[in-house]
Design a protein around this ligand. Sequence first.
Ligand code: BYC
Length: 472
Amino acid sequence: MISADKIPNNVDLHLNKRLQRALEHWQPAYIQWWRDMGPQGFQEYHQVYVRTAVSVDPSGWAHFEYVRLPEYRWGIFLADPVVNRTIGFGDFFGQPVWQEVPGEFRNQLRRLIVTQGDTEPASVEQQRWLGHRCPSIYDLRNLFQVNVEEGRHLWAMVYLLHSYFGRDGRDEAEELLARQSGNRDKPRILDAFNEPIDTWLDFFMFTMFTDRDGKSQLLSLSESSLDPLSRTTRFMLTEEAHHMFVGETGIGRIIERTCELMKEAGFSEDVRRIGGIDLPTIQKHINLWFSLSLDLHGNEISTNAAAYFANGLKGRAEEVKWDDHRVVESIYKLETVRDGELKAVEVPMRNAMNEVLRDWYVGDCQAGVDRWNKIFERHGLSDRLRLPDRKFNRGIGQFAGARFDPFGRALSDEEWARRKHEWLPNAADKAFLLSIMNTPIYEPGRFANYIAPPARGVKGRPINFEYVRTEV
Ligand code: BYC
């Protein structure tokens, strides 16, 4: 029997028999999926010091305890309602928001919710072997925290599917557990979620760049006229912030250590010799995960995006900061490739909403890279990391068929094939990273040689706290 104790919630689950029945049916399949596809080898005998959301107020979602992962209490939370909230953009601007799904937008909304939902279990699947290569149990705990919260975000989307989409919603909820990251027959919907995440450098880049796409998409969905979608995604954003913290500080700590090792090596960049991660390898991973995450924003010119905006389903990040919320006449200038040539074109801004969101995303990423570069400054080093040009390594959108280097210079296919591994990780890079991550570090307070300790522990605990323990 599902109870508020088992599934903490603020949606009066106990009063909604239909929803309870649907979730009671889905929950065992979810737990089976978590055991099969969640963190491998850490399900039975390990207890993890994690945060569990037990309510939406600040004290309630920062409740910490040791739990066995399959016993985590995945809850369902909506941010508090905004009284008299009205539609903030599009053709229905100013009208009251919807508490139910309008029939004419049912398919579009379902598609958005399913796409969002699909990424959550996908990321858990991608990361399921990383525990065996962890650089410390502080990091291991952070990985599991991210994983259980992605699981909770799946619950959040399944709640919407079960509550508002009837039979179709229930079918979609089952499909969310049936697709698998990287599976040839039933892959996850969006490309970046089918890429393997084998190393901790990839994991930190993923949480920095791909979770940040989560932030931009969730911000735009939190503007939605469908109020339950808006409230659900608003609460998800509070958790998303921690995931980006894990990514940004994870890479920051790697950079910190690399700077120390560069100094030890007499200002040589050859830190691999002494077990550090060299800057070119870090830059290649930025190039990879940033470009994959740019793709996640969809085509620069998109009638889907225009329809989502017109119908008030998906807005812009921080819509309130814009002056014009209907966007009927504005145009947007963007670069595209026509007949093999770069060309500036003007399109109705509604059709460019994916690109508008991408602009916001690029700005947010750049701020993070600037913070990383301060670490070099602090060490008195002139090295800097950078975001590659938006056209680099794109698989979706206007630049998908064309080749560009990280500075945005056009390349022939032949030159791209010859040089791409100067800019993207190659097999030797991966082999090197795996070699320094081969031995997991489970001793409290110890860190792998390639990463500096964090500035502080979790929830006021010391850095050498036993964040993951094995006693039963
Ligand atoms: N890969 O008009 P287009 C997160 C498809 S991350 C494969 O360009 P549209 C998280 C598209 O589906 C945030 N296919 O784009 C992070 C369409 O297919 P059909 C996830 C792609 O429709 C870390 C076609 O190309 N949330 O939360 O505007 C850990 C042309 O469509 C891709 C969302 O994405 C791609 N990258 O789609 C855990 C929000 N891009 O119709 C979690 C919901 C496009 O031809 N999704 N296609 O079959 C959306 O808002 C939109 O669907 C998209 C853009 C942003 C994906």
